[in-house]
Design a protein around this ligand. Structure first.
Ligand code: NCD
Length: 326
């Protein structure tokens, strides 16, 4: 089979990702997972390159994992602290970006509370004639492509650890439970899971999972049991407590009673069912603590570990890599 090639300069959304691209990301991440398992977890691939983490919104997992990934590829990493930068003196985001460009940045990882900011930065960089790549690390309620790619890698690695590939998900039932409406993680996952042929079932109250999501080729439920019945995997999402203020939910306790994931509720899933959560978690709200911490059922730690390999893969591909050279 011909080695698929990578043509993207930016990773902003999964809406137009092809199966060949998913396959290439998974295959590359699999090679990097082996690098990360070595005693010296470093390769010289991006030596001399500069990666900037430009996070305008708080993050634990995503920012740390991009930093580790860039360092494992021997890149120089700048963690740009937006709060203490000239942005607080009124400089525009674009001027900040041009400043970083003048310093020789190669790849920018951007997170912002507003949808579309990573795209606007990428377009501005393209207009300037630069070859800088932009990775969307989460923009508003729009997309979080690297989270969905690491989820995909985690799922496929569970199904076949030595050769995780997208077609392994064909016909698998995956339930996504919780605040789908406001979740950029869910939006990116919908693109990837549907493209890989999974049967995606959404569950949550109508205020958080509107029926019109059905247009995307998924099944919408407003109760948990039918979504979990026969499921191979269950993804829970953070209940964004800030939504409580908008009266979208009666109470956290009520939410947990109807949609909280517990060990007992998994009994109608397939016997090999595994549970995912992108973090950060509200323990006892969207998922019970004992289920979250049960390594036989929960893939949460594996998701975090996979995140480094998947982000290495993306940095590598954006940096012009080809798999043979790892
Ligand atoms: C999420 C995010 O920030 O989009 N977390 C993550 O990146 N792992 C999910 C959330 O905030 O609920």
């Amino acid at each position: 089979m011909n080695q698929p090639t990578w043509t993207r300069r930016h990773v902003l959304s999964l809406a137009d990702f092809t199966l060949a691209e998913y396959a290439l990301v998974l295959q590359t991440a699999n090679s990097f997972e082996q690098v990360l398992a070595r005693r010296t977890r470093k390769v010289p691939t991006l030596q001399g390159s500069m990666v900037v983490n430009l996070f305008f919104e708080s993050s634990t997992r995503t920012r740390t994992s991009f930093e580790l990934a860039a360092k494992a590829l021997s890149a120089d990493v700048i963690n740009f602290a937006t709060a203490s930068s000239s942005l607080s003196k009124g400089e525009t985001i674009f001027d900040t970006v041009r400043t970083l460009l003048a310093m020789g940045v190669d790849i920018m990882i951007v997170r912002h509370r507003d949808s579309g900011v990573p795209l606007a930065i990428a377009e501005d960089l393209d207009r300037s004639g630069s070859h800088v790549g932009v990775i969307n690390a989460g923009d508003g309620q729009h997309e979080h492509p690297t989270q969905a790619l690491l989820d995909l890698f985690t799922l496929c690695s569970v199904l076949e650890p030595s050769d995780p590939r997208p077609e392994l998900l064909k016909g698998r039932k995956i339930a996504i439970v919780g605040d789908v409406l406001h979740s950029r993680v869910a939006r990116s996952n919908l693109w990837s899971l549907v493209a890989c042929g999974a049967e995606v079932h959404l569950a949550g109250p109508p205020t958080l999972v509107p029926s019109d999501f059905g247009h995307l080729g998924v099944t919408v439920h407003h109760s948990l049991a039918p979504a979990l019945e026969g499921a191979d995997f269950v993804m829970t999402l953070r209940l964004q407590k800030e939504r409580m203020e908008q009266n979208l939910l009666p109470s956290l306790r009520e939410y947990h009673r109807f949609f909280g994931l517990t060990r007992a509720r998994l009994t109608n899933c397939l016997p090999h069912v595994r549970v995912l959560h992108p973090g950060p978690v509200n323990r006892g709200v969207e998922i019970s603590s004992d289920l979250l911490d049960d390594p036989r059922l929960s893939l949460v730690a594996q998701q975090v570990t996979s995140g480094v390999a998947v982000r290495m893969a993306l940095l590598y591909l954006l940096g012009g890599g080809n798999v043979g050279r790892i």
